[in-house]
Design a protein around this ligand. Structure first.
Ligand SMILES: Nc1ncnc2c1ncn2[C@@H]1O[C@H](COP(=O)(O)OP(=O)(O)OP(=O)(O)O)[C@@H](O)[C@H]1O
Ligand SMILES: [Mg+2]
Length: 283
């Protein structure tokens, strides 16, 4: 069993991240920053994700969607180097790799896992310092953190903690950002704030972004393309304009029309929308 608390995100955050020549050429050329081909990933040798083909190019935001248990986190862990693939290949910046996250991080990969990767006992300023990134850049991205620099990060609200996490990740100027449910449990205003920062990083700095999100209606307008997974496989992919109208079909698949109106899948598809969440949690 992979213990989620064993993610190396904190160690990884200490790594300097110079852009390699490979990254520069991938950014300049048309070759994808990240490509998965025939990828299988899972636990104890049993795949829960199968036959996954996926591409992320520099400067594009790609949403990875799907109901609970679809395999989104498993996919992201395999792409980040946290979970060794059971089959297939992951190519990062033009090179097939099986290296762990900390090695990929040195070549410009930033991974924001589902759990908030802050040090709760350290202050906001100390969290930024151990992240080895330019504090000015973090505060430029999220000026909301300026008055909170001397506060222990564990005392920040959920939204403030996530601004700190994302600010640190983006201030290391990654080539590729993989983020798992940035907006989990956060109020709509903060979700928009975080997603806008991600969009700006793609537009302004050419960062390639793969975002796992439950807030479908919030993430799609910020994205260029989307993949929808169900049962460990990609069941729908394409430009946002093409995918948007087919989401229900993709979430429910052949079970469409044979289930009660509110299934786990529809619940998760609607989770966090302004209509369904109505929460201020985490702000
Ligand atoms: N550490 C683990 N050990 C064994 N099985 C796991 C582990 N983590 C996840 N799984 C299983 O793998 C499948 C895919 O899980 P995963 O977490 O990738 O889904 P997800 O799409 O991210 O779901 P959610 O939207 O709920 O976060 C599920 O059936 C889950 O029970
Ligand atoms: Mg998940």
């Amino acid at each position: 069993m992979i213990n989620k608390s064993s993610y190396h995100s904190l160690e990884f955050s200490k790594m300097p991240m110079p852009k390699s020549r490979d990254i520069e050429s991938a950014v300049k050329g048309d070759s994808p920053l990240l490509a998965a081909s025939g990828l299988a990933a899972g636990y104890h040798g049993h795949p829960v994700v199968r036959d996954l083909d996926l591409v992320v190019r520099a400067g594009e935001v790609v949403a990875l969607l799907g109901p609970n248990g679809a395999g989104k986190t498993t996919t992201l862990l395999a792409l980040a180097g946290e979970l060794p693939p059971l089959a297939g290949t992951v190519t990062f910046a033009g090179t097939a790799t099986r290296s762990p996250l900390h090695a990929r991080a040195r070549h410009g990969l930033a991974f924001v896992p589902e759990e908030r990767s802050i040090f709760p006992q350290l202050t906001t300023a100390e969290n930024i310092r151990v992240g080895r990134c330019d504090p000015r850049l973090v505060l430029e991205l999220f000026p909301e953190l300026v008055p909170l620099m001397s506060r222990k990060a564990g005392l920040l609200s959920g939204g403030e903690q996530q601004m700190l996490t994302l600010g640190r990740a983006l201030a290391r100027r990654p080539a590729l950002l993989l983020a798992d449910e940035l907006s989990l449990g956060l109020a709509p205003l903060i979700v928009t704030r975080l997603l806008e920062a991600v969009r700006a990083a793609a537009d302004r700095d050419g960062v390639g972004v793969l975002l796992v999100e439950q807030h479908v209606r919030r993430v799609l307008p910020m994205s260029d393309r989307a993949y929808v997974m169900r049962g460990g496989r990609v069941v729908l992919q394409g430009l946002v304009a093409d995918v948007a109208g087919r989401l229900e079909e993709a979430y429910l698949g052949e079970e469409l029309g044979q289930r009660p109106a509110q299934t786990d899948a529809t619940r998760s598809m609607n989770a966090g929308t302004p209509e369904s969440s109505g929460t201020n949690a985490g702000q």
